[in-house]
Design a protein around this ligand. Sequence first.
Ligand code: F6R
Length: 365
Amino acid sequence: DKGNHRHFMEKEIYEQPEVISHALGHYVDFTENRVSAAASAIDFARIPSLAISACGTAYLAGLIGKYWFERYARLPVEIDVASEFRYRDIPLSPDAAALFISQSGETADTLASLRYCKDLGLTIGAVVNASESTIARSSDAVFPILAGPEIGVASTKAFTCQLAVLAALAVGAGRARGTISIEEERVLVRHLAEMPRIMASVLNAIQPKMESLARELSKCRDVLYLGRGTSFPLAMEGALKLKEISYIHAEGYAAGELKHGPIALIDENMPVIVIAPHDRFFEKTISNMQEVAARGGRIIFITDERGAAASKLETMSTIVLPNVDELIAPMIFSLPIQLLAYHTAVFMGTDVDQPRNLAKSVTVE
Ligand code: F6R
């Protein structure tokens, strides 16, 4: 049932504040502002490293998770797409743990990576939506993302719920490993707790702008997304979402890689979507944005209030989100990216919930 939405994808985008709140409730104790026991089903204090493997959007959630596990828990993370991971002969310690992220819990390559790690003796954790799935049943520890059924082929609420769970796990791992204090844990958990309310207000505020911008995007053949830090995987996710449902060619790049190749593509016909909250990397990303502007590139700037105030560059459009902590920025910044892809596809008249050639669950290699 789509309720009063045109597509399941739209319904699932708007469900995010509710499902994220549900997912967080499982991993976080809001009275104490601490991560709850559900997040410590893997003993993060005792492992030397963590491996993460997944496909598509779930892989991009894992890439953001890598930044968090490294930053908050000082835990080295090896990550790859499952179709590479399973064949790479990665030197993995049996003392390590491996996390497999999958909405469906049935993705063939992800399951094969899991079995490979299991044979090597690693502790196996599954971050899954379908908790009765093969991946869940094959794991030592299951971390349900509690997003509810996701019908739209393009993943939206499963992505942000995967992120919410990975964020809680990374903060919990940081506590277990003593790399963050109880006070720091409390501050981070309070930021997580604010997420549903902020998401609801952002969804409400940006909708009209996303629709008018989508009209512009629907005329383009190519779109480039740029970001640094956790905004880099988000740039790749933005590009993936757009190409999946609108069939417009899009690429996500690390902003710092611009001058190593993609800058050759810049002209007035290829919009550049810059994802840049006012974080540690902001100034660097702005200088990349200047390089785009200097070559006549049209910029869609997705930033926060501080970022908007700090940049004087002229843009095709600037989307201003509230200032939020670095930990929750990827979830908040996912919203304009999802809505932009969604409305562009609606303008193009594609089958948004069932894009051509794609399946919701990829059970063959
Ligand atoms: C993107 C998308 C795919 C899936 C990928 C993994 O919108 O839907 O990239 O994320 O096929 O699927 P799961 O998470 O079921 O393993």
